[in-house]
Write a protein that binds this ligand. Structure first.
Ligand code: NAD
Ligand code: DAU
Length: 343
């Protein structure tokens, strides 16, 4: 048997939620890939997320910051593929303090892209953007050519990085493909995001803090379907193009809360309406025709995916209890966001 040449893949933010799911997926799907994960291990990044591959010789972990060119440049210069997930990602935190979002999401993307100008072996740079760059979508669905209208500091930072990545393709021919995915759900999502927050609160008979009237709509995408889409775009995406990745599962937040409570056999009285998020985008909705034309379709229906995700948090409280119960930074954030009386 002729062995295939090794493909060097750099994954930034690979110790976070989507990044870790992508690293595990990619190692299992590509026997000739060697993956280097570069991650700062912020509050959202955890080596526990990669513990299943601790002994895998096809994976190397580098602890470092994407804004540091001395770390980034040698990693970028030997990469064939870069998948850039690393970011500050929580909208509510960006409303409290946006500095880290500008630094990591915008400047960090610049450091990677600028290093990529000199990366002779690079044939794909996947810039992980988000559907939030389109802003609130009152009717219809966003197509990739729509104007972007980000409405919160997180979304604006991601939009800056999205367009910066495009500019490095247009001017320097860095082989950039930009993805804009909808809300992901699945295992190992930090319990500040709505699904793991509501699930773990419901497990413990605590209130589910629902913002405003709860009629905001999000389009839920299983993280494994997202990973398969990125994989496809590495292979078949066209440089300089944007691809929406959506789940075709538009659900209001109040319905989401009720579905979680039903799965866990908890009363709907656990839902507690709290102050709305300032500038809360009412709805996101993606047209995914372009991605589907390359052969992608989702494998996970939301009802089944939500049930298995709830089961994952039930079966893996070793993963989230230490964060929720023992991490002073999480407690501080939770109390500032929801108040002491919220449990
Ligand atoms: P996450 O918050 O779970 O993980 C982010 C990771 O980036 C963490 O491991 C963190 O340690 C790392 N990181 C942060 N700052 C860094 C820095 N300066 N240098 C190196 N590493 C750093 O995020 P996620 O939900 O997995 O999101 C991953 C990417 O996908 C982000 O770019 C996000 O904008 C995008 N995205 C997320 C969703 C979603 O629903 N979660 C949807 C669309 C797009
Ligand atoms: O759409 C993609 C984006 O999805 C990603 O780019 C972001 O990184 C990711 O965090 C996510 O952003 P959202 O703001 O949509 O996700 P979040 O889980 O914070 O909130 C989902 C919805 O639930 C939103 O309408 C706000 C609401 N919500 C959230 C929390 C945390 C509540 O009602 N109560 C809450 O306590």
């Amino acid at each position: 048997m002729v062995s295939q040449p090794v493909v060097e893949v750099l994954v930034t933010g690979g110790a976070g939620f989507i990044g870790s799911n992508f690293v595990l997926h990619a190692l299992a799907s590509h026997s000739n890939w060697h993956i280097t994960t570069l991650d700062k291990l912020t509050y959202a990044g955890r080596l526990d997320n990669l513990r299943d591959i601790t002994d895998n010789t096809r994976h190397t972990f580098v602890h470092g910051d994407v804004t540091d060119p001395t770390i980034v440049e040698p990693l970028v210069h030997r990469a064939n593929i870069i998948v850039h997930f690393a970011a500050e990602t929580h909208v509510d935190r960006s409303l409290r303090a946006a500095g880290d979002f500008i630094t990591t999401d915008v400047y960090g993307s610049f450091v990677l892209l600028d290093a990529a100008r000199q990366a002779d072996q690079l044939h794909r740079f996947i810039q992980i953007s988000t559907d939030e760059v389109y802003g609130s979508v009152e009717s219809g669905s966003s197509v990739e050519t729509d104007e972007i209208r980000p409405r919160n500091p997180y979304a604006a930072s991601k939009a800056g990085a999205d367009r910066l990545a495009y500019s490095y393709w247009a001017t320097h021919e860095v082989p950039v493909v930009i993805t804009r995915a909808s809300n992901n759900y699945g295992p190992r999502q930090f319990p500040e995001k709505v699904i793991p927050l509501f699930v773990t609160n419901a497990i413990d008979h605590q209130f589910l803090p629902l913002y405003g009237d709860g009629l905001q709509i999000r389009d839920w995408l299983h993280v494994n379907d997202h990973c398969r889409a990125i994989d496809l775009l590495i292979e078949r995406g066209k440089n300089g193009e944007v691809y929406n990745i959506g789940g075709a599962n538009e659900v209001t937040n109040i319905e989401l809360a009720n579905r979680i409570l039903t799965i866990l056999d908890r009363p709907s009285s656990l839902i507690k309406q709290v102050s709305d998020r300032p500038g809360h985008d009412r709805r996101y909705s993606l047209d995914t025709t372009k991605l589907r034309s390359l052969g992608w379709q989702q494998e996970h229906q939301f009802s089944e995916g939500l049930r298995t995700t709830v089961e994952w948090y039930q079966n893996n409280d070793w993963w989230w209890r230490p964060i929720k119960e023992n991490d002073p930074a999480y407690r501080e954030y939770y109390e500032a966001q929801y108040g002491k009386s919220s449990e």
